[in-house]
Design a protein around this ligand. Structure first.
Ligand code: HEC
Ligand code: HEC
Length: 267
């Protein structure tokens, strides 16, 4: 049967959109439903399609560009151009695929020389990618100079935010602190405002702008940075040893928790 070209095209677009939503929202479904659910025009999802999904996640939900540029050296993180090729040689005994998966799930397991341990585990909040998103993202990273060979089964079953029903909000970390009290500390007794900018609240210029800090850093990092700045590395482009190491002594336990609760609202 002959189908007019327009009809064919829009049917194709629908299948693509359908599988994108499918990818973004589901993991168990991918495993339990027949592969036909994923197929475009009857075949399995192609590496090229997977790479496209991964690229989209890189630019949107993954928030990778806050730190990484492709083809341009960022101040915070390595240029990811060619990472699909060099991943094969990063860690003796690891294939490119294994290294890339590890860099997303356990970023501190291998630190690229000259960079601080600031990359968050991207399957945990606040980024919270699910397994199928991780799969696509690894395919995209492999495509940057390497061979796309990642399978869903390569992504550990334990990885990823829970799927389904919007998923990621479920694991949001909350602290018992009082963000309002924390804000007052930030702009008062704890003197953070003298060095840091937070939109509409503080305008310090000596340290990094913290307006979106909870979006780019994990709660663990933020908590540790306040108590022991040097142990968390130095943000590239900023002076070392300037952030005071004395907040642990200066703040009471309640003040510290309030302050962190405030910082976690900055996103
Ligand atoms: C808060 C900043 C930050 C964010 C956000 C971030 N990264 Fe990173 N990333 C780093 C830093 C710093 C390094 C180098 C230190 C290390 O190895 O952990 C790194 C290393 C990597 C590497 C290893 C590069 C190499 O040359 O070996 C990969 C791959 C990577 N990141 C991918 C991603 C992806 C994909 C995302 C988004 C889902 C992301 N990163 C989000 C900071 C970040
Ligand atoms: C005397 C100046 C100074 C004061 C006061 C100060 N900081 Fe900082 N802070 C810095 C500098 C400089 C950096 C970047 C260098 C580094 O990483 O140590 C930094 C880095 C940070 C970072 C990491 C930012 C990132 O992008 O990863 C956080 C979080 C932070 N400070 C929070 C605070 C909080 C909260 C307070 C108040 C309790 C505070 N700072 C007080 C100077 C200061």
């Amino acid at each position: 049967m002959r189908v007019p070209v327009g009809v064919k095209l829009s049917a194709f677009a629908l299948v693509i959109m359908g599988s994108y939503t499918y990818f973004a929202n589901s993991i168990p479904q991918i495993e339990s439903k027949p592969p036909a659910e994923l197929s475009l025009e009857g075949g399995d999802v192609s590496p090229a399609q997977l790479v496209k999904f991964g690229e989209e996640i890189f630019h949107t939900k993954g928030t990778c560009e806050i730190c990484h540029k492709i083809g341009e050296k960022g101040t915070r993180a390595p240029d990811l151009a060619g990472v699909g090729a060099r991943a094969a040689h990063r860690r003796p005994g690891s294939t490119a695929k294994q290294y890339l998966i590890e860099s997303l799930l356990e970023p501190q397991a291998y630190l690229v020389e000259g960079y601080p341990p600031i990359m968050p585990k991207v399957d945990k909040p606040p980024i919270g990618l699910n397994r199928s998103e991780l799969w696509a993202l690894v395919a995209f990273l492999e495509s940057l100079g390497g061979t796309v060979d990642v399978k869903l089964d390569d992504i550990p079953k334990t990885a990823g935010a829970p799927a389904g029903g919007g998923g990621t909000a479920a694991a949001e970390l909350t602290l018992p602190g009082d963000p309002k009290a924390g804000q007052a500390l930030f702009t008062g007794k704890a003197i953070c405002f003298t060095c840091h900018t937070v939109d509409k609240i503080a305008a310090g210029k000596i340290g990094p702008d913290l307006t979106q800090i909870a979006k780019i850093q994990t709660p663990q990092y933020i908590m540790a940075k306040v108590l022991n700045p040097a142990a968390m590395g130095t943000v590239p482009g900023y002076p070392k040893g300037v952030m005071p190491p004395t907040f642990g002594q200066m703040l009471t336990a309640k003040e510290y928790v309030d302050l962190v609760a405030f910082l976690l609202t900055l996103k």
